[in-house]
Design a protein around this ligand. Structure first.
Ligand code: ZN
Ligand code: ZN
Length: 340
């Protein structure tokens, strides 16, 4: 089977032929149909973050495919069933976080495409308990971006506890942001979309954003304040200045939910304003299995649309370059099912 492999940080991925991986106890082998390209994959390939993966490894945590082989003890999945393999590849199931519905904070977790091989491959392994069944009516291509971009933004809006009367700012309209706009609308909120390209602002408006703010031309904080200030701001742009900009547009009691991960990023949080205004800064990392099940449920019910562009896995390096240059409208999904 073919896989796109990071052999050394910062170097182009290498397409390799590898033997099919054998599922261990509790695992399944999946014939990958599609895998999305998430910005995290680029950070992984570049070794950007303090905790680094160990090359050689296969990135990809939006892998979706058909179960091909069951490891020992797997009884709840069937060969031929479509599943998605998210960032949360495995958690311990026993710690305080796992037991309290916060498995995404488990300290024993293994992350797909980071701590184990991911979905940039024709075949991959997954822990069966964390491979999420994809409901009928959701294609592999659509399921891929939902597996990280979808669940991550859906969870961020849950964390923000968005209510129908509230103003929510979505900063960064890309693979994550275009879904965040839709989840915020489903939650009933008034949505302000913030970006720096015409194409993405137009996309946000098409997807139902009530207000679009071009951060090149306007002071984001001022515009939000003119509309009463945001009850919540979801920071999805991989850019520190964008975090600070939406933070300055919160209303009293507002919440900044940090999601994007600019390498070594920091923002100044003014203590005086934070205390007097009672604002919160919250980190939100991906979502649980239940969150992903809900994301798939919404999509199967026709309530969300995924904007993506499919490419062959062989285009991995140029696709990464295009994402880094900001030249991708929403999500790139590698189509591994082509020609089968
Ligand atoms: Zn991701
Ligand atoms: Zn745990």
């Amino acid at each position: 089977m073919k896989a796109a492999v990071v052999r050394a940080f910062g170097e182009p991925l290498v397409i390799e032929d590898r033997p099919d991986p054998e599922p261990g106890p509790g695992q399944v082998r999946i014939r990958v149909e599609a895998c999305g390209l998430c910005h995290t994959d680029i950070h992984a390939a570049h070794g950007d973050w303090p905790v680094k993966p160990t090359p050689p490894f296969v990135p990809g945590h939006e892998g979706v495919g058909l179960v091909e082989k069951l490891g020992d003890g797997v009884t709840h999945l069937a060969v031929g069933q479509r599943v998605a393999v998210p960032w949360l590849g495995k958690a311990c199931g026993r710690c305080e976080h796992c037991l309290s519905g916060w498995e995404t904070l488990c300290e024993q977790q293994i992350n797909t495409g980071y701590g184990c091989d991911g979905g940039y491959a024709e075949k991959m392994l997954a822990w069966a308990d964390f491979a999420q069944p994809v409901p009928k009516g959701v294609t592999a291509i659509d399921a891929a971006p939902l597996t990280c971009a979808g669940v991550t933004t859906y969870k961020a809006l849950k964390v923000a506890d968005v209510k129908p009367t509230q103003l929510v700012a979505i900063s960064g309209i890309g693979g994550l942001g275009h879904l965040a706009v839709q989840y915020a609308k489903i939650a009933g909120a008034t949505v302000a979309a913030v970006d720096v390209t015409d194409e993405k602002l137009e996309l946000a408006a098409e997807l139902g954003a009530d207000l679009v703010i071009d951060a090149r031309k306007h002071d984001v904080g001022e515009v939000l304040k003119r509309h009463g200030g945001a009850h919540a701001a979801i920071a999805l742009a991989v850019n520190e200045a964008a975090f600070a900009a939406v933070n300055s547009g919160l209303r009293r009691g507002g919440k900044l939910v940090m999601v994007a991960l600019p390498a070594h990023g920091t923002i100044q949080v003014p203590i005086f304003d934070t205390v007097l205004n009672g604002t919160s800064v919250i980190g939100s990392i991906v979502g649980t299995r239940q969150d992903l099940a809900e994301v798939f449920h919404l999509h199967a019910a026709g309530r969300t649309q995924v904007i993506c562009e499919t490419r062959p896995l062989g285009s991995a390096n140029e696709s990464i370059d295009d994402v880094l240059r900001g030249q991708v409208k929403a999500r790139i999904v590698f189509d591994l099912g082509a020609g089968r």
